[in-house]
Design a protein around this ligand. Sequence first.
Ligand code: GUN
Length: 280
Amino acid sequence: MTARIIDGKAIAAELRAAVAARVASLPFTPGLAVVVVGDDPASAVYVRSKDRAAREAGIAAHTIRLPGDTPEVLLLAEIARLNADPDVDGILVQLPLPPHIDTDGVIEAIDPAKDVDGFHPLNVGALASGHPALVPCTPAGVMKLLHHVGVQLAGARALVLGRSSIVGRPMARLLLAADATVTVAHRSTRDLPAECRRAEILIAATGRPEMVRGDWIGEGATVIDVGINRLPDGRLVGDVNFAECAERAGAITPVPGGVGPMTIACLLENTVDAAVRRRA
Ligand code: GUN
């Protein structure tokens, strides 16, 4: 089988157009604040993309760039200011933060109603208990891709590879909420290739370049690659060996142009959802 390529860029463009139409119909302008601390080059690229996409959708986006040696108290003061600003509906603090800053403390300082990343413990708990409010953008984007492909989720064997707070854990909860039979695999899982081969839906979020090989894929499986890894030769690859896995999968996302654009589109959707809820 040669897999159908899932065009995340095109699906994200549709979603962004829908968000822009929704923004245009609102009697106010939703506001998004993106905070980045330090000069991590990957973060700089992501933050620029988020800012541009928000503006294109008619959202008032402000990127706040703080030096890498910013004391934690100053970052917390900035978040308090954004929490109190009535024009700011969404606050996103780009991760990773420099090591001298307590990331959990910063996330907990964000007003849960403005937490468009869905990382605040209140939003994590809401998703875990089956009453999602603001849902993390990458797993939300993966769910939209799966719906777009038309893959039946109820009863399907889904394997999530990776258990990060940003992707793996919320991904598993969303799949469970859609009635999939969910396995979360990680670095201690025995016989990872065999676990993967059993999956009808495989979500790879390990951060290990091209770790998933062709013979790990069940014939006809839907493969979603969340990874974005820069190789020493400059190539951008996912967590999945695309060429090998496309031989066996039924459908597969490319890197780039798969999950990445969906993450940004879902951030815009979360911002508008937060704005509408806050200003209702
Ligand atoms: N760093 C990598 N992914 C993300 C994300 O989804 N949100 C934030 N804030 N930082 C990230």
